[in-house]
Write a protein that binds this ligand. Structure first.
Ligand SMILES: Nc1ncnc2c1ncn2[C@@H]1O[C@H](COP(=O)(O)OP(=O)(O)O)[C@@H](O)[C@H]1O
Ligand SMILES: [Mg+2]
Length: 252
């Protein structure tokens, strides 16, 4: 079953400071994502990978095209089965979908307020109504699976290294168990051992009713986790291939 249909998706940026010129982020990109699939997105720096994920999460308003999402059909009352166009639905629907089914981690680690790591990870669960101690227990489990030293669980991520913070970010995205998970270079700051722990967790996490679209630049990671690979080049879709056919590709 198709969970997400990206149809002719475009994003241009108006650069008023550059004398009203336009920068192309994405140009007429189309592909489908199947339910339970792990789709890797690759391409040179500046090829549109982050723009694609931000359009899917609606951090960016697409300039054109459709993003038909079927992952919340059971939540819709009237038009169940038709999907929701993430490119066109109103902000309220976007927020409801994020709360219920769509998770995202950005490539750059957000400044985190003075909240202990374990509570940063537990917060989405608390917002779903999970009791505090259960939420914190789940958070500790995730942080331990990602090899974050126990001494840091009660410390503030603002003081952490890039790799430590990235693990908190990933744990926070996984904790509410979104059915569509969007990851922008989630392992880029990790050393090889920690990266392996993240890969193991992600492989276990994605399953029949969990779909992942993730930007990765490390070929070994892609081969370990992905089912198919979307290759972007200068904002355009170059091709979509099964991971077995991806071998030897240069990744930017
Ligand atoms: N918020 C923005 N404002 C202006 N230009 C942007 C913005 N976001 C991305 N771009 C431009 O869109 C293109 C694609 O960027 P991006 O999606 O970040 O690529 P990637 O993640 O593959 O490195 C680049 O030319 C980039 O400068
Ligand atoms: Mg990027």
């Amino acid at each position: 079953m198709t969970v997400l249909s990206v149809e002719g998706l475009s994003k241009t940026f108006d650069m008023h400071v550059l004398g009203d010129t336009q920068v192309v982020g994405l140009d007429d990109v189309s592909f489908d994502v199947r339910e339970g699939e792990f789709l890797a997105v690759v391409g040179e720096s500046g090829s549109g990978k982050s723009s694609l994920l931000k359009c899917l999460y609606r951090t960016y308003d697409p300039t054109g095209g459709r993003i038909v999402y079927h992952g919340a059909d059971e939540l819709a009352d009237g038009d169940a089965g038709d999907g929701i166009d993430l490119a066109a639905c109103d902000d309220r629907e976007v927020i409801a979908l994020r709360d219920a089914t769509i998770g995202y981690t950005s490539q750059f680690l957000d400044e985190i307020p003075r909240v202990p790591a374990v509570d940063v990870v537990a917060r989405p669960l608390r917002e779903q109504g999970v009791p505090a101690e259960d939420a914190r227990g789940e958070a500790r489990e995730l942080l331990s699976r990602l090899d974050l030293p126990e001494a840091l669980w009660e410390a503030y991520p603002a003081t952490f290294s890039g790799g430590e913070r990235q693990r908190v970010n990933l744990a926070q995205a996984l904790s509410p168990r979104p059915t569509l998970l969007l990851l922008d270079e989630p392992t880029s700051a990790l050393d090889p051992e920690t990266r392996q722990a993240a890969i193991d967790l992600l492989r276990e996490y994605v399953g029949e009713d969990t779909t992942v679209v993730g930007v990765f630049h490390n070929t070994a990671v892609i081969e370990a986790v992905a089912d198919r690979v979307v290759v972007l080049d200068d904002g355009k879709l170059q091709r979509v291939v099964p991971v077995a056919d991806f071998e030897g590709e240069v990744v930017g």
